[in-house]
Design a protein around this ligand. Structure first.
Ligand SMILES: Cc1cc2nc3c(=O)[nH]c(=O)nc-3n(C[C@H](O)[C@H](O)[C@H](O)COP(=O)(O)OP(=O)(O)OC[C@H]3O[C@@H](n4cnc5c(N)ncnc54)[C@H](O)[C@@H]3O)c2cc1C
Length: 450
């Protein structure tokens, strides 16, 4: 009885959908995790939708750039130059998405202990070194206990996010009961290095959003991160390959240059092989960064206020080098994250020792370093790869402006601004959530009737 009632309800919604969904044309601009997940969720929701996914680069993936480099043994190994980590809990949507789209055994992962070392330039003795697994390595216990206490404070914020809206990292850290030298020598460099930015910039970021980003968890949770063996970028490309080509057309090397209204539709202008082309669509999703979205929309007068908001969302540049120079890490006390600071407690470099993930990555390091240091690596022949990324600096102003932007765009039913950034939290997981939100807006659009 109960079962047949459920069947009836399903049949009702299905008939509603069949009435409303009628080959709606959708353009998704940007083939990072947000664009790809948006394409997946819309095609799942409406099997009649005709989706075109435009990506300006040759491959899908966006920031998730998996590169193939040679290890010590000369074997080609996959390394993520951009996003690399995930853990259960804060990345559950990411894990579920891969399982759903890639089927059984969707990925292989490796695990790494999140050990940390902070060291001053040209000094041998670290300012802080955390234990490796359960092993203590001559650390100053007082500093470690403080780090544990700091994690507890961060977890309190993670648990009660509403108390902390609008508070910057600097204001939050100022209120914590640690001595100034500990804050300057350890807390700020640690937070800045974890985001891949500088100390002055990290101070302006929104405390609660940064804490969410670093996935501070229960103080007793294991200190391990997971890494995709094939690479996060490779997995996005695989998701793209699994999409039904009759429903989703993927156009790589096809940058979109302009999107304007054309009566009740959107005219998308893009170029392929140097040839300008257009496509008329009913619904458009921008899964590009805020500044790029502003450029593409700049000729659309009805969105001038939203374009101003988009321009206020700031980004910082992160240059990441993959290399073989072991002088960036402390070999006596091997730690995964190696932070080097100068006398003023500003970051000089931060380096991940990838050997600690697995043997296949032995002797490979991933560094956020100055342009001079990268040039030096190139001269010495130790540079394997360098990538430049633009990452949103999630300041308190960014969060405020984002809320304004979402309100402004609520009045445009056939447009959604997606991307990890549009959740105010920039991870592969938030990019997937934003793809879901794009599909929700699409659903509201088609149910209302085009
Ligand atoms: C160095 C670094 C490390 C990070 N580490 C982690 C991590 O460990 N774990 C984690 O979960 N997240 C991490 N992140 C964050 C993660 O990369 C982002 O949250 C995620 O990539 C956002 O996905 P997205 O699809 O919103 O944007 P993106 O991945 O940036 O995708 C946007 C896409 O739009 C395309 N595009 C731009 N303009 C156009 C145009 N005009 N026409 C067509 N296409 C266009 C771009 O080429 C790109 O493919 C890291 C980021 C950086 C920079």
């Amino acid at each position: 009885m109960h079962f047949s009632f459920r069947l009836l309800i399903t049949a009702f919604f299905l008939s509603q959908s069949l009435v409303s969904f009628s080959q709606t044309k959708v353009a998704i601009i940007g083939g990072g995790m947000a664009g790809v997940s948006g394409a997946h969720f819309i095609s799942e929701l409406d099997p009649t939708a005709q989706i075109t996914l435009f990506e300006k680069e040759e491959k899908l993936g966006g920031n998730a750039q998996t590169v193939s480099i040679r290890n010590k043994e000369g074997q080609l190994v996959n390394v993520d130059a951009g996003p690399q980590y995930f853990i259960e809990g804060p990345w559950d949507d990411y894990i579920a998405f891969l399982e759903k789209t890639l089927g059984s055994n969707p990925y292989q992962s490796e695990t790494v202990d999140a050990s940390l070392l902070i060291q001053r330039e040209k000094q041998q003795k670290p300012v802080l070194v955390s234990p490796l697994g359960m092993k203590l390595r001559g650390e100053r216990l007082g500093k470690l206990l403080k780090l544990k206490r700091f994690n507890k404070e961060a977890y309190e914020m993670y648990k009660h996010p509403d108390h902390w809206k609008g508070i910057s990292i600097e204001t939050w850290v100022k209120g914590l009961k640690f001595d100034e030298s500990y804050k300057n020598e350890i807390i700020y460099p640690f937070l800045a290095a974890s985001l891949g930015t500088t100390v002055p910039e990290i101070k302006t970021t929104s405390a609660v959003d940064i804490v969410k980003l670093f996935a501070f968890r229960k103080p007793k949770a294991s200190n391990q991160f997971k890494v995709m063996t094939d690479g996060m970028g490779t997995l996005i490309q695989r998701v793209g390959e699994k999409m039904n080509p009759k429903q989703v057309t993927i156009k790589c090397s096809s940058p979109v240059t302009k999107v304007v209204r054309s009566k009740d539709k959107w005219l998308v202008t893009y170029s392929t092989n140097g040839m300008e082309q257009t496509e008329l669509v009913d619904f458009v999703i921008f899964a590009t960064h805020a500044d790029q979205t502003a450029k593409i929309l700049k000729s659309e007068p009805s969105l001038s206020e939203a374009i101003q908001s988009l321009k206020h969302l700031t980004y910082f540049q992160a240059k990441i080098a993959l290399h073989t120079d072991s002088s960036f890490v402390n070999n006596e006390k091997p730690s995964f994250l190696n932070i080097i600071t100068n006398d003023s407690n500003q970051l000089v470099s931060s380096t991940m020792n990838l050997s600690m993930i697995s043997k296949r990555l032995d002797g490979i390091y991933k560094s956020w370093a100055s342009p001079e240091a990268i040039e030096q690596l190139q001269k010495s022949g130790k540079l394997l790869h360098v990538s430049t990324f633009w990452h949103p600096l999630i300041t308190t102003d960014f969060i405020t402006q984002l809320a304004v932007l979402h309100k402004q765009l609520a009045e445009s039913p056939s447009l959604y601004l997606s991307g990890g950034w549009s959740e105010g939290l920039e991870t592969q997981n938030s990019a997937i959530i934003s793809g879901q939100h794009a599909a929700n807006k699409y659903k509201a659009f088609v149910v209302k009737g085009k």
